[in-house]
Design a binder for this molecule. Structure first.
Ligand SMILES: [Zn+2]
Length: 296
């Protein structure tokens, strides 16, 4: 049995995947606010799931942040209770076995590569374009990882082939200017369309369809920027498929427009990377977490 936990700011979800990838159990609870309570809630979810399935299993956890390879402590989590805490060690102590913890974009990549939109492809680059921007790379079933724990951290690389009007780009929460997240996330699209302070991009596609010129122009800028950002990826790792997840991946025009917009930025005579929508939607986090032990 493989247990996956998607630890969000408001909800924590557990799923039990059996050997065949079938869902044997799924449950959600509210995420407590205190750190000790979060660890206990995770241990409780695992214990209860084991009792109900009658099987012990591996445990993976997806979080909106990552573990520092230097300190082993959570960093960059938008859930403040987790930052600076050894979540993997504390949960391991509470449930009596090792656990693996990674960020939600890596979980998306694992889930989609295994049996989602990236199934059957060797190298999968999966990105979340939503409230934030993240990415993960799975090759031959294995998550790419390295000495900094930053593989796939696409959202905090600068917008490539910046135009003069785009330079130096908005300031990002990570301290830099011009990160992709400041151009491509939902709040970034909303602000680009409707000015500083606008945060909700949800209605922009409908407005564009109804002929709102501001919305049409903002979506065109957004697609062009996303295409540049993905063209750069093709020039570095040339993934066999690019999977888009997160709220903005629901915009159908991206799949029609991105290949053509991306082509001029891919060096050489072809630009044929398939760009597809994530199959598991909001469930990719919890499914991917359950698969964190798959590659051994
Ligand atoms: Zn940044």
């Amino acid at each position: 049995m493989r247990f996956g936990i998607d630890l969000g700011g408001t909800k924590a979800e557990i799923v039990a995947l059996d050997r065949d990838g079938a869902v044997r159990l799924r449950r959600r609870v509210a995420t407590p606010t205190g750190y000790e309570e979060i660890v206990q809630a995770i241990a409780g979810l695992v214990g209860q799931a084991e009792q109900e399935t009658g099987e012990r299993g591996s445990v993976g956890i997806g979080i909106p942040g990552s573990l520092s390879p230097a300190t082993g402590l959570v960093r960059n989590a938008n859930s403040q209770a987790l930052n600076g805490r050894p979540l993997d060690r504390d949960v391991a102590a509470a449930i009596g076995r090792d656990v693996r913890v990674t960020n939600d974009a890596n979980c998306l990549a694992m889930s989609e590569a295994a049996d989602g939109a990236g199934a059957g492809y060797r190298t999968v680059f999966a990105v979340i374009v939503g409230t934030g921007c993240g990415g993960g790379i799975v090759s031959s079933g294995r998550l790419l990882d390295g000495p900094n724990g930053t593989a796939g951290e696409w959202g905090h690389t600068p917008l490539p082939w910046m135009r003069p009007a785009e330079f130096p780009g908005p300031r990002c929460w990570c301290g830099r200017h011009g990160c992709l997240e400041t151009f491509l996330s939902g709040p970034a699209l909303a602000a680009d369309c409707d000015g500083p302070g606008a945060r909700d991009a949800g209605r922009i596609p409908a407005r564009a369809a109804a002929g709102d010129a501001l919305a049409v122009a903002a979506l065109a800028r957004h697609a062009d920027r996303l295409a540049r950002a993905l063209g750069l990826i093709a020039n570095i790792i040339d993934p066999d498929v690019i999977v888009l997840g997160g709220g903005l991946s629901n915009m159908p025009h991206l799949y029609a427009d991105l290949p053509g917009l991306m082509a001029p930025h891919v060096l050489g005579d072809v630009a044929r990377t398939p760009i597809v929508q994530a199959k598991h939607g909001d469930s990719s986090g919890v499914f991917g977490a359950a698969r964190l032990w798959d590659a051994g």
